[in-house]
Ligand binder design. Structure first.
Ligand code: NAG
Ligand code: NAG
Length: 307
């Protein structure tokens, strides 16, 4: 092989090694670990609650629906959680964020993991049937309050506790926080913002000698029932297969326990798409637009209708 051949071979080997590399994960490290997970009434959050329970952790879960929380907590106890408790509340409200971290402090006497996962589904509250951005500032404020501000508030409240234990902060972000696809304007806005905020904070912690890891999770399409709701609302479905929430939940837990900077799940779309979009952005954008039906109801903003 010539020089070029060897160089290409080396590059390929490094790439394959990078892809195959999985940091060591010791399930025993989670036994007795004190964990807070938000947004656990369904989907990925609910599955994380069950996995942490199975590893024998002490877990506090949150969501708005108390009835659902009671059911999830009962199942967590069956699965082997050392302790399973809940706080029913709306993370969009500062006082509920405070109550969550305060309860963990009182009941657990400390904290090892804060996994921030909740999301408000403002898109589904839109008044019109157009999936395009229509200038609705009320929805934007709701989205920013619940999906951005509350993440920072929870993290800020928990940092003194995590500092004491050299703990971990896990931010459940999205592929929409790395690549913007159509129909995710305000959602993508908050997820990009979270990546920016926590990437900066990660460096500040290092500079201050604070050994708290921050894991940003780049989550692709996972079958949380959202794609179906989207179809109900707007009449179309993104034609790409969705990954199972349980596997996704496990990938997030492993990434947090291994103190990784980022995790990508499902790897095949989230990592490949993110990297591809930075190398050939315009090609990637046209590819993304191709996933959606080309004839959709236009935004009132551009048709002159009233909001
Ligand atoms: C930070 O804390 C983790 C978890 O306790 C530990 O494994 C790691 O060695 C610590 N890092 C440093 C630089 O001491
Ligand atoms: C936390 O990490 C620091 C290094 O940043 C280390 O000196 C200390 O021993 C660790 N403490 C615990 C409780 O693991």
């Amino acid at each position: 092989m010539g020089k070029l051949g060897w160089s290409l071979f080396l590059l390929l080997a490094v790439l394959v090694g990078y892809i195959w590399y999985e940091p060591a994960f010791d399930p025993e490290s989670l036994r007795g670990a004190r964990v807070v997970v938000t947004g656990c009434s369904s989907g990925i959050g609910e599955q994380m609650a069950y996995h942490y329970a199975g590893f024998g952790a002490r877990v506090l879960i949150t969501a708005r629906r108390e009835g659902r929380l009671k059911e999830v907590v009962a199942k967590m106890k069956d699965l082997g959680a050392q302790e399973a408790i809940y706080v029913a509340g709306d993370m969009g409200k500062p006082e509920d964020c405070e109550r969550t971290i305060q309860t963990a402090k009182e009941k657990f006497g400390g904290l090892d993991y804060l996994v921030i996962n909740h999301a408000s589904l403002s898109t589904l509250k839109k008044k019109n049937k157009s999936p395009f951005w229509d200038g609705d500032m009320d929805i934007l404020h709701a989205e920013v309050t619940t999906n951005y501000n509350s993440y920072i508030q929870l993290a800020s409240l928990a940092l003194p506790l995590l500092h004491k234990t050299n703990g971990s902060l896990v931010i459940v972000g999205s592929m929409a926080g790395k690549i913007a696809s159509p129909f995710s304007t305000f959602y993508a806005g908050t997820k990009f913002a979270l990546d920016g905020f926590f990437a900066s904070l990660r460096q500040e912690l290092v500079m201050q000698g604070v050994n708290v890891s921050i894991t940003y999770c780049v989550i692709g399409l996972v079958d949380t029932g959202l794609p179906a709701k989207f179809k109900e609302m707007f009449g179309f479905l993104m034609d790409i297969p969705a990954a199972p929430p349980s596997d996704c939940a496990m990938a997030i837990i492993r990434g947090g326990a291994a103190r990784q900077r980022e995790i990508y799940y499902p790897w095949r779309d989230a990592w490949v798409a993110t990297k591809l979009s930075t190398i050939v952005p315009q090609f990637f954008e046209s590819l993304t637009r191709g996933i959606y039906p080309q004839k959709l109801e236009k935004s009132p903003l551009f048709t002159g209708e009233e909001n």
